[in-house]
Ligand binder design. Structure first.
Ligand SMILES: O=C(O)/C=C/C(=O)CC(=O)CC(=O)O
Ligand SMILES: [Ca+2]
Ligand SMILES: [Mg+2]
Length: 383
């Protein structure tokens, strides 16, 4: 058994050694290798200065780090002895909705009187702009949000802590090389602009969301927190993970066309208080990450170093492959069993961990950085 953090992976993060300032490190097994001596940009407190150097430098540095780790030439710290930070300074944050299974499940649950998929869904990757300032690193406690809640049969909304706190198991994609305002990024240029991939949990308050989202889309039901992994897996480490998309019908417009395998084989596990409750397969996603980036820039909107876009909830066709509790409990109506208890939405004290594994370039498996968070009670005024 390997840890998934061997030479075929080398994900980047930001850490502080005991008593020292933050800098960039690379995870190797259960150690953090200090790579700040390799390039001045790697001495920074975020990955942004390094990511801005572009793909040719990313490749050069990956080769240098591989060679240095092989001969054990760089300072190493035990993971348990360092502090890990948010690895990137997040620019803009966009969240897509790229799983056909998730989108049709949510359609059935939220809009039972309509067709499960809205008419635009198979023509463009639907998305919205989220809140970059509340992207937090794995292990950050998540305070149960308060807001307006109104069930369909309630006469008026009430204010209070969400009763339908949920997760969304997603993958996040980090922009390295910026694009120019007024120009677009083609699907073929995806790997020139995309630095790497993070694990991402887009926490969602379903009661707040269901009441507020018409007609402008998700707002406070999503903006209170989005957790990402400490480790950013460089795209190069996923070279063996590309697979064909499940199939697109109707054929998308020209600017959304992709050639070759554009989907990713990443197996996700949703772990609630130590127990696996779902196994969403990323390979079932309808829209490719290259199509998401092409769509998000097709109007000439530029991307900047540190921008983050998320895939949307990953759900496969089976019940045990659903990436949200909304779907696992079918809107709260069909509880699932975890820890010997009937469960629907998140309770205070629950801990959710998302784990991700993918084929590595040396024939084994790599483990992407996990993303974990525990639910803290709502911040209520003193009674
Ligand atoms: O269909 C809706 O009304 C909204 C669904 C979502 O929760 C949107 C979202 O965050 C996208 C996703 O994670 O797939
Ligand atoms: Ca989401
Ligand atoms: Mg969120």
């Amino acid at each position: 058994m390997t840890s998934g953090f061997g030479l075929d992976h080398l994900p980047y993060g930001v850490f502080s050694p005991p008593g020292g300032p933050p800098r960039v490190g690379v995870r190797v097994e259960d150690d953090v290798v200090d790579v700040s001596g390799i390039r001045p940009e790697l001495g920074a407190a975020t990955l942004n200065p390094f990511m801005a150097l572009g793909r040719a430098v990313w490749e050069e540095v990956r080769a240098e780090i591989t060679a240095a780790v092989e001969v054990d030439r760089l300072p190493r710290h035990e993971l348990a002895g360092v502090e890990l930070h948010l690895p990137i300074e997040v620019g803009d944050y966009v969240d897509f909705y790229a799983s056909e299974h998730h989108a049709s499940n949510v359609g059935r649950i939220f809009r039972p009187d309509q067709a499960p998929l809205l008419p635009n869904w198979k023509h463009l990757p639907v998305g919205y702009h989220g809140r970059a300032g509340t992207v937090v690193p794995s292990s950050t406690g998540i305070v149960r949000p308060c807001g307006q809640r109104k069930a369909p049969n309630d006469e008026a909304p009430t204010f209070g802590p969400t009763r339908r706190l949920d997760i969304e198991a997603e993958l996040g994609f980090v922009v390295g090389t910026p694009s120019r305002l007024g120009s677009r990024v083609s699907t073929a240029a995806f790997a020139d602009h995309t630095f790497g991939v993070v694990g991402l949990n887009d926490w969602s308050a379903r009661d707040i969301q269901a009441w507020e989202y018409v007609p402008l889309g998700p707002f406070l039901g999503k903006s209170f927190a989005t957790s990402i992994s400490h480790w950013v897996t460089p795209l190069a480490a996923l070279a063996a993970a590309w697979v064909d998309l499940p199939g697109q019908d109707p054929e998308p417009l020209d600017y959304l066309q992709v050639t070759g395998p554009a989907g990713l084989e990443v197996d996700v596990e949703v772990v609630l208080n130590g127990e696996v409750v779902a196994r969403p397969p990323y390979s079932s996603m309808y829209w490719a990450p290259a199509q998401m980036l092409a769509h998000l820039t097709v109007n000439g909107a530029s991307v900047r170093t540190g921008d983050l876009w998320a895939s949307g909830t990953i759900s496969g066709p089976e019940r045990g492959q659903r990436g949200s509790f909304l779907e696992l409990s079918w809107g709260g109506r069909e509880p699932f069993v975890a820890g010997g208890l009937e469960r629907t939405f998140l309770e205070d004290g629950d801990e959710v961990t998302l784990r991700y594994a993918a084929p590595g370039v040396l024939g084994g498996r790599i483990t992407l950085g996990e993303v974990t968070g525990r639910i803290l009670p709502a911040d209520l005024p003193e009674a």
